[in-house]
Design a protein around this ligand. Structure first.
Ligand code: FPP
Ligand code: MG
Length: 317
């Protein structure tokens, strides 16, 4: 499950599963490449339902903390928790959910799942720190990510890595954990399919989220447009616009902090193909997510996952 910066250059490809640790003789390569068959019927187990609840609780906890960090007044059109109850209660509510999550997780009785989900929580924090570093690195005394000079592959990789850590990891490792609970054994391809699907789906989701931030008009999406720029964040559309308009470079470097910078950056994005290119990048990740599903036998669950990959890039809010 590589998450080093360079691994975000292209959509994630399905990797053959590692040979099982306990077995001295790994399965032959041809067996891994052959169409696999499910060993159990595709029913939803109670542990998998509980895992879905755990994943959702972690997601809510992360948003409670995120709205404190971002000082967001609204969450999907309603007052955010910090706006309604204050920062302290919001942080504590997030911590409380994480505590309940940990207990529920241990009750699943599956070490590999505990490890996966614990690493998701660490990844979410790493993603937020990577984002904070890019914007407030100097004030916080931690070095910021490179934004100087022309837009380069490294800036893109860091952006995609941050998107993986803050968003896609939950989908990738959550899906993988569901397959572990389903009885997938080490060396079988199902875990790899689940992870690759979730990772590509999550990145498609975040890229679309970044597009929608530019398309949000006055309150149409429950939040005013340009929220990312106001936070000092250069997401996909701004990075693409930078390739077409070099004036974007200094704005990104000073985190859109001077008066008029946000408006100027929005205008540069509008006069570029940044939004369209980000949307088509999101589509390529969604396509990749669908592609890795092709190894699965036909089922309602598979169709639902295909539909989900389509919806993620078609959503308007
Ligand atoms: C929303 O992003 C935020 C996240 C996807 C992750 C936030 C993670 C943390 C605050 C780390 C702490 C984690 C836990 C589990 C307590 P966004 O700000 O781009 O999107 P938004 O527009 O929905 O706010
Ligand atoms: Mg936020």
């Amino acid at each position: 499950m590589s998450d080093h910066t360079a691994s975000f250059t292209v959509p994630f490809s399905l990797r053959p599963p590692r040979p099982p640790r306990q077995h001295p003789i790994p399965p032959p390569q041809a067996a891994a490449a052959a169409i696999p068959t499910l060993s159990t019927s595709p029913t939803l187990l109670p542990t998998q339902i509980r895992l879905a609840q755990i994943v959702e609780m972690i997601h809510v906890a992360s948003l409670l903390h995120d709205d404190v960090i971002d000082r967001s007044p609204l969450r999907r059109g309603a007052p955010s928790a910090p706006a309604a109850f204050g920062n302290k209660l919001s942080v504590l509510a997030g911590d409380f959910l994480l505590g309940r999550t940990s207990a529920a997780l241990s009750r699943l009785g599956e070490n590999e799942v505990v490890e996966l989900i614990a690493s998701v929580i660490a990844n979410l924090v790493e993603g937020e720190i990577l984002q904070l570093k890019a914007v407030h690195g100097e004030d916080l005394g931690i070095s910021g990510s490179a934004v100087r000079g022309a837009v380069g592959q490294n800036n893109w990789n860091v952006y995609m890595q941050k998107s993986y850590l803050k968003t896609a990891t939950l989908m990738a490792k959550g899906a993988r954990a569901a397959v572990v609970l389903g009885g997938c054994r080490e060396g079988e391809v199902w875990k790899e399919i689940a992870y690759a699907y979730g990772r590509n789906l999550g990145l498609a989701f975040q890229l679309m989220d970044d597009v929608l931030d530019y398309e949000a008009g006055e309150g149409t999406l429950g939040k005013p447009g340009g929220a990312d720029l106001k936070l000092g964040l250069a997401t996909g559309p701004a990075l693409f616009a930078w390739e077409e308009h070099s004036e974007m470079g200094p704005l990104i470097e000073r985190k859109f902090s001077q008066e008029g910078d946000v408006e100027l950056a929005r205008d540069l994005v509008r006069r570029s193909s940044g939004v369209e290119r980000t949307r088509s990048l999101a589509l390529s990740y969604a396509d990749k997510a669908r592609e890795v599903l092709s190894l699965l036998p036909e089922s309602d669950a598979k169709s639902a996952l295909e539909v989900l990959a389509e919806r993620v890039v078609k959503r308007t809010s």
